[in-house]
Design a protein around this ligand. Structure first.
Ligand code: NAD
Length: 544
């Protein structure tokens, strides 16, 4: 029976937390790049190309800290002959100095009225928007992200700051009077910052995720030592620059680029760090999570990987499903934690769905230089990702997988010096190990199923629990999906992306099971509170 829209989910009162934007904005769902944006972006690419190969420094206590232990060169995944940047190979000593600077700056930053902190952070958001074209161009060279996806990500970074500021205002700085216990007495619940936070970020959303984690910590009154990924240090530096230019006091935010084994290790072991927020792989995240708190509990927020399923039922709008799966599987080369990497499709519609999926992939997924307007998929991030792709393709071939699309490395012509691969769609039995492992490359596995129940069971049969999507016109299936799927982020009948495309204040983003440690999502209404601890105050007023 076709579903009536309103019965798909239980009715909830909608709380609009953000003012409606006046013009269509560039988000992961709209990817609405205008001709004016194109012109500005092209000019920015030329500008940034002229700056490639610059030497950068770390920043501790507001001061530039040149290399003491050599530099790290980062080559562009688009063309490895291009060195994007040189950064100091940050050391344990640098990290300790940054932690001390953050401790020293904490007293003043935390004592500021929250409205004053918000003012500085909003200025940083404005600067990020002002610099959006250059930042997006850096993103093309540094991590290979396409024009529309980068412009959306830079916007998201600014909106994350604004949203977390808005949450702080909405809760009036998280000071809440409680029931008065008696005459002349008052009790208050106050959320207060912890102190110094370490922010450890991945390369795949080098602006948005690093900015979001940093803004959460800062707006709450903490100070920060920020370690970006060594694959995206320039964008890490740009976040630092926006905050410093906005007027953040020296030491409140410190940038230390360097190896995880030194800088990251010091951050998780140094007793001067009071809280740690990490986004990255499950392997590193779980290690950090276990390691961080030793003598007493300390907050460790770890957002980790995903192996995100889409379910396509017999009643699905197959065109909608095919486009949604294609966009979620191959947007930014499947290198999103939210990427759709496995599909369970009802056998009665499998053939038709796969035909449409292949057609969408063939027609839309143009591989090439990410700065070109028509490119849908740029390169993958590095040789390790190419090797992962090749290994998965070999494994699928060896085990009789049916390649419906792609499966090869691209090495000729313009691809010769970059890390380019084809989008791959492979049909395999649902018990195959490629349905379990997060590959983080454009490699989609598909299995036929005989029922919705089988699809739901298989979708949950995974250590991860980040995103999940469904296409169905049956209200009972949709409700069963929402009630039983083990995932922090869910999508129903979404053409813009089967499992991708969250947005601050619109769609919270956080994982369950092996995908996240706290059950409170980024981009959402409960995020900022995680950077604060409650102090309960009972005051008997003098002279009552
Ligand atoms: P990664 O785990 O390799 O690295 C993440 C960060 O940890 C980097 O800054 C890295 O230098 C640092 N690091 C590495 N070793 C460390 C150590 N021993 N101690 C402390 N820090 C260390 O992940 P990545 O390759 O940068 O990013 C891809 C992964 O991130 C994927 O698994 C993806 O699913 C996940 N991810 C998750 C989310 C989410 O919101 N859940 C978002 C984006 C990416």
């Amino acid at each position: 029976m076709p579903m009536k829209k309103k019965t798909a989910t239980r009715k909830v009162k909608r709380v609009v937390l953000q003012a409606k934007p006046k013009a269509p904005r560039i988000t992961y769902a709209t990817l609405a790049v205008t001709p004016q944006d194109d012109e500005a972006y092209d000019a920015a690419v030329a500008n940034v190309r002229g700056q490639l190969g610059k030497h950068f420094t770390n920043f501790i206590n507001g001061e530039a800290c040149p290399a003491t232990s050599g530099e790290m060169a980062h080559a562009s995944p688009v063309d490895t002959r291009l060195i994007v940047s040189y950064f100091p190979r940050g050391t344990r000593e640098d990290t300790r100095a940054a932690i001390k600077a953050a401790r020293d700056a904490y007293k003043n930053w935390s004592a500021m009225d929250y409205r004053a902190r918000i003012k500085v952070l909003r200025k940083a958001a404005d600067l990020i928007v002002e610099r959006r074209f250059d930042l997006s161009a850096w993103m093309a060279f540094e991590v290979g992200k396409t024009r529309a996806e980068s412009l959306a990500e830079v916007n998201e970074a600014a909106e994350l700051i604004r949203y977390y500021c808005e949450r702080m205002e909405f809760h009036k700085g998280f000071t809440l009077p409680l029931e008065a216990p008696g005459k002349g007495q008052e009790t208050v619940s106050v959320l207060r910052p912890y102190g110094v936070w370490a922010v450890i970020a991945p390369w795949n959303f080098p602006m948005a995720l690093a900015t979001g984690m940093s803004a959460g910590a800062l707006v709450a009154g903490n100070t920060v030592v920020f370690k970006p990924s060594s694959d995206s240090p320039v964008l890490g530096y740009e976040i630092y620059r926006a905050l410093a230019d906005a007027g953040l006091p020296p030491g409140a935010y410190n940038l230390v680029v360097g190896p995880g084994a030194q800088v990251g290790d010091e951050l998780q072991n140094n007793p001067g760090v009071d809280g740690l927020v990490f986004t990255g792989s499950k392997e590193v995240g779980m290690q950090v999570y276990h390691q961080f708190a030793k003598n007493y509990p300390k907050p460790a927020i770890a957002e980790m990987g995903g192996k995100n399923p889409a379910i396509v039922t017999a009643s699905a709008d197959l065109d909608e499903a095919a486009e949604g799966v294609m966009r979620a599987a191959f947007g930014f080369d499947g290198q999103k934690c939210s990427a759709c990497s496995r599909v369970y499709v009802d056998n009665t519609v499998k053939e038709k769905f796969l035909d449409l999926l292949v057609e969408y992939t063939q027609n839309r997924v143009m591989v090439g230089d990410p700065s070109r307007k028509e490119t849908f998929m740029g390169p993958v991030i590095n040789q390790g990702a190419v090797d992962t792709y090749a290994r998965a393709a070999d494994q699928a071939r060896r085990d009789g997988g049916k390649f419906l699309y792609g499966g090869n490395l691209l090495k000729e012509g313009e691809f010769e010096h970059g890390y380019f691969v084809e989008p791959a769609i492979v049909e395999l039995p649902s018990a195959h190990s490629l349905f379990q492992e997060e590959l983080f490359v454009p490699f989609l596995v598909v299995a036929g199923v005989d029922s919705f129940d089988e699809a739901l069971k298989l979708a949950n049969d995974n250590e991860y629990g980040l995103c999940a999507g469904i296409y169905s016109r049956q209200a009972n299936e949709l409700q069963a999906f929402l009630d039983n799927i083990e995932a922090g982020v869910t999508y129903v009948n979404r053409r813009a992306g089967a499992t991708t495309g969250a947005w601050p204040g619109v769609n919270s983003f956080g994982g369950w099971k092996g995908s996240g440690s706290t059950g409170k999502s980024g981009l959402g209404p409960y995020y900022v509170q995680q950077f604060m601890r409650e102090q309960s105050r009972w005051v008997v007023k003098p002279g009552r």
